[in-house]
Design a binder for this molecule. Structure first.
Ligand code: PRP
Ligand code: ZN
Length: 300
């Protein structure tokens, strides 16, 4: 099933912070897939995509080496891979197609409870445990900090307790891992979010057209998440003020109201969320009969 040359192979994280968001995004893009017994492959039933569920750390290599055509992975992992390859005199050639609106996190330095942290100079001479040695080294070099990097393959948060390191440099999303391990975040090394990447090898015509369709749908899905359709009645005289109050909307549609010359209906797509405060300001400007609806799909 994975050898059909016209089907796109897309690598996503097997289990972790990006897994549900990635499958949810693909479903919203219209992809229906069934997951095999081994759970490692998802077969696209209505679009020529096969999903490979893999460790996120492996995704840059799978895409760079053209084992997969596409991958959804965090910038943190992309950046680490890029620096690692550069240290070997190579440059990655896969391309980042889109930033995705999930997987927000940061790579941060955190210190154990009781560690007297007084700014970056406190890191001099410390052992820092991380799974991101290249990104961390760049940070240390930039700030002229002389510290020892202890490269681990996981479970970084327990390294100080095991006596393997003094402080850590790890991903922080909600912060609950740090809290549970009595660690305090002190410096941000890198901000990250999910991206979709593509193999450097040229795709066949049919694959290329499916990637384009997928990207257009991703753009639509991402716009829709924040967008609202708003309908209201307003005095004609207040129209210009009302337009300035509608968040992120282009030209609204103005519709006459039967039997009322001084009032009109206004319909608009707001590309930002519409909060209660906005509705209150609209009401103060003379608007009434306000309705805010979610947008299901959008293609611009
Ligand atoms: C990261 C990191 C922490 C956790 C932090 O792991 O290693 O364990 O997320 O998240 P929190 O602030 O919400 O607690 P990741 O999901 O990248 O998994 P992996 O390192 O096993 O690939
Ligand atoms: Zn990982």
């Amino acid at each position: 099933m994975l050898t059909n040359p016209d089907r796109l192979k897309l690598a996503i994280q097997k289990s972790g912070r990006l897994t549900d968001h990635s499958t949810d995004l693909l479903r919203r893009c219209g992809l229906q897939f069934s997951r095999g017994k081994d759970q490692l492959v998802g077969f696209g039933e209505n679009m020529p995509f096969d999903l490979l569920f893999v460790r996120d750390d492996d995704i840059p290599d799978l895409v760079e080496e053209d084992v997969c055509d596409l991958g959804i992975v965090g910038l943190n992992i992309i950046e680490e891979k890029r620096l690692e390859m550069m240290s070997l005199g190579k440059t990655p050639t896969f391309s980042v197609l889109r930033s995705l609106d999930f997987g927000r996190c940061r790579l941060s330095i955190a210190v154990p409870e009781g560690f007297q942290y007084e700014g970056l100079r406190s890191l001099h001479g410390q052992r820092i445990a991380t799974t991101y040695p290249f990104v961390l080294q760049r940070f240390l070099t930039t700030h002229a900090i002389d510290a020892q990097i202890v490269t681990l393959s996981g479970a970084v948060e327990i390294a100080p307790r095991l006596g393997r390191a003094d402080v850590i440099c790890d991903l922080v999303s909600t912060g609950s891992t740090l809290l549970a391990n009595r660690l305090r975040e002190v410096e941000t090394v890198l901000e990250s979010h999910a991206v979709i990447v593509q193999t450097p090898i040229a795709l066949s015509e049919i694959k290329r057209s499916w990637v384009e369709r997928l990207l257009l749908r991703i753009d639509g899905v991402q716009q829709v998440r924040e967008s609202k359709y708003i309908m209201l009645h307003a005095p004609r005289s207040a129209l210009s003020q009302i337009r300035t109050l509608l968040p992120g909307s282009e030209s609204p549609t103005i519709i006459p109201l039967e039997g009322q010359d001084d009032r009109v209906a206004v319909h608009a797509v707001c590309k930002e969320n519409v909060f209660w405060e906005t509705l209150e300001s609209l009401k103060a400007a003379g608007a009434s009969a306000m309705l805010v609806l979610p947008v299901e799909k959008m293609l611009t």
